[in-house]
Design a protein around this ligand. Structure first.
Ligand code: GDP
Ligand code: MG
Length: 162
């Protein structure tokens, strides 16, 4: 069995962008329309000869109804299936209530979680990501999924215990 890495977070934080970078495909739907990827989506990825499965999700907002509830359910299932969870947040948007709701869930499960502050390109990553320590999930990694910055360091750390 290959290790499974789930990408979760509220819509529009860059989950599909990271998925595409990790899997070298443009298959996942990336758009400015939050929540377009409604189902879990699986891809194969490789980092330094290590193969793993990446799961993209549609996003969780916290207090969902209708299609949003289905997306949230998919995200919860993806978290259950995963060996490692990458919890993406948006360093430009800052810490939002939906992020806190997701963190509440992630703190309760016994799984390795990485808080990943995305979109640190062109901003002061250290100061813009500092507030995410308040999520209570430990260290905050900084990446720019669209440009690849920080992604190898993240994978190095995420995959080494697997
Ligand atoms: P998802 O809803 O979490 O899957 O988010 P997407 O991957 O669809 O990205 C949402 C928006 O954020 C898109 O407009 C992306 O181009 C943009 N985005 C993603 N990663 C980055 C990044 O590293 N830097 C910047 N500036 N924008 C990004
Ligand atoms: Mg998406």
């Amino acid at each position: 069995m290959l290790p499974v890495v789930a990408l979760v977070g509220r819509p529009n934080v860059g989950k599909s962008t990271l998925f595409n970078r990790l899997t070298n495909t443009r298959d996942a739907l990336v758009a400015d329309y939050p929540g377009l990827t409604r189902d879990r989506k699986y891809g194969q990825a490789k980092y330094e000869q290590r193969q793993f499965i990446v799961v993209d999700t549609g996003g969780i907002t916290g207090d969902e109804e209708g299609i949003d509830a289905e997306m949230a359910q998919q995200s919860l299932l993806a978290i259950e299936e995963a060996d490692v969870v990458m919890f993406l947040v948006d360093a430009r948007a800052g810490l939002l209530p939906a992020d806190k709701g997701i963190a509440d869930h992630l703190r309760r499960i016994n799984k390795q979680v990485f808080v990943v502050a995305n979109k640190v390109d062109g901003i002061d990553g250290d100061s813009e990501s500092a507030e995410f320590y308040a999520l209570g999930l430990g260290n905050v990694k900084q990446i720019a999924a669209a440009h690849g910055r920080g992604v190898s360091q993240l994978l190095q750390e995420a995959l080494s215990p697997l």
